[in-house]
Design a binder for this molecule. Structure first.
Ligand code: SF4
Length: 458
């Protein structure tokens, strides 16, 4: 996960509040830390980072008074490196060719090898994130102009990166050649913006221009906007299908597709392939299953009802994991309503089952509220494989669909009357992209073929 945001204007202006608001709109992509970096009127790189949500980590009032021509921001969800402030982004440095700051969404799969190689040559790393290898690779190419050094560094990477990079005189947006994570370009007046998702551009009233293409490097500077390509090493595209299933905000448009409409279509297709004539109503696991549940209800002709209320204010910040809290478990967050559930056979829709612990607890709570039957419907295929491209999934042994020998065993373990998943072909059809442009690796184990080696010559 993680969200990136950047802005570049033709003259110094109050850009930092836009960055703050953009990050605020991308909060769903990372809640552990947030940060901003900017080039001030004196040409100096400055940055500020904090732990927690955007409003906890950053001072909106202070940022709204800072003038800059270029600025970037980041919300973090740790997938590489511990959740500590030194790993928060943007990562900023001054190297031989001047200042550079990077915001990264994704996971560089050969970062470990590259890091080892660089450390053997004397490099000292400040953080444990994969992103830092980009800065070190650039610093080892100090005879090159910063943009050339960046592109040289990107050519050496495997895996997922959607980047906003800030130089003294330019904002650069880059997307890996496989196109794992989204990255969109926008504009308002004389200011260009890049963002992980279009919802961030909506909030600051910037117009969406287009997606940054897989393998594209967009440079925004005094001369306006220009586009370069990272020399092609991708055999095919791998856009993360899970962005449509769960990660992206439903009001975002990715590749011309509204995430809300795609999610609803997943529910419709699920209803067509796995109907449930015994059910009296369709309900959801809030909020992850809500949109697919409405699609399922539409297509099945069954009414949709909310049966579980989610406390939106629960977060690590407020609730400490004491013994009492552990005993209360999922009920702190989700509370089922007996008055709606009692005596009814239900279809319960969720977007996925990962470890299976939450679903088992919710099913048990629904039974206690008198649910007569519970038919679980999942709007994506079984998650059987971990993700190595920027999503923090558990190991294979911890994944419920991989742990049990069959879906029948999983069904018995979570104690539902029936269990059905969306077929891979229906997921692909609902998204509407060609299958060979989608990553489905956490469902089918078809990972990127490129090696994870980190060896190279500088
Ligand atoms: S493995 Fe799954 S979560 Fe990871 S990039 Fe691929 S589709 Fe997305």
């Amino acid at each position: 996960m993680c969200g990136v945001f950047g802005a570049f204007a033709q003259k110094d202006k109050l850009l930092l509040e836009d960055i703050y608001l953009g990050l605020f709109a991308l909060q769903h992509r990372g809640q552990e830390a947030a940060g901003v970096a900017w080039i001030g009127p004196d040409g100096m790189l400055q940055s500020f980072k904090g732990m927690g949500l955007v409003h906890e980590a950053l001072d909106q009032k202070r940022l709204s008074q800072i003038a800059a021509r270029g600025a970037i921001g980041h919300v973090r969800y740790s997938t590489s490196g511990a959740s500590i402030i030194t790993n928060a982004q943007p990562l900023a440095a001054n190297y031989a060719k001047g200042p550079v700051a990077i915001s990264h969404n994704g996971n560089i799969t050969n970062a470990e090898g590259i890091r080892l190689n660089l450390e053997n040559r004397g490099a000292i790393f400040q953080s444990t994130t994969d992103t830092e290898v980009i800065i070190h690779l650039m610093a080892h190419q100090s005879h090159k102009a910063p943009l050339d050094a960046l592109i040289d560094a990107l050519e050496r990477l495997n895996g997922a990166y959607s980047l906003a990079v800030l130089f003294k005189d330019a904002l650069v947006a880059a997307r890996d050649p496989w196109g794992f994570r989204p990255l969109v370009l926008g504009r308002r007046d004389d200011t260009y913006y890049v963002a992980s998702e279009s919802c961030a551009l909506d909030l600051i009233r910037a117009e969406v221009i287009r997606n940054i293409e897989p393998g594209e490097v967009v440079v925004i500077n005094d001369g306006g906007l220009s586009s370069l390509r990272i020399p092609l090493k991708a055999k095919r595209h791998y856009f993360c299908s899970f962005e449509y299933v769960y990660f992206a905000r439903p009001d975002s448009i990715i590749d011309g597709r509204c995430v809300y409409i795609v999610r609803k279509e997943m529910g419709r297709r699920l209803a067509a392939a796995s109907p449930c004539s015994r059910a009296q109503l369709v309900t959801d696991m809030p909020d992850s299953g809500t949109i697919a549940a409405t699609g399922y209800a539409d297509a099945s002709g069954l009414p949709y009802e909310r049966t579980i209320v989610r406390n939106r204010y629960v977060g690590r910040t407020f609730i400490q994991p004491t013994q009492k809290v552990r005993e209360l478990g999922v009920q702190i967050k989700l509370n089922p309503m007996r008055e709606v559930i009692d005596g009814k056979p239900l279809v319960v829709v969720d977007d996925s089952i990962v470890r299976g612990t939450t679903v088992a607890k919710v099913v048990s709570m629904m039974r206690k509220c008198g649910a007569r039957e519970i038919h679980m419907r999942i709007s994506s295929p079984p998650v059987r494989f971990p993700c190595y491209y920027g999503i923090d999934t558990p190991t294979r042994q911890e994944l419920a669909a991989a742990r049990f020998a069959s879906l029948e065993d999983l069904k018995s373990s979570i104690e539902v009357d029936s269990l059905a998943y969306l077929k891979e072909s229906d997921l692909v059809a609902a998204i509407g992209m060609p299958r060979d442009e989608l990553c489905l690796a956490c469902f089918n184990g078809e990972y990127l073929e490129e090696g994870n080696e980190g060896g190279f010559e500088l």
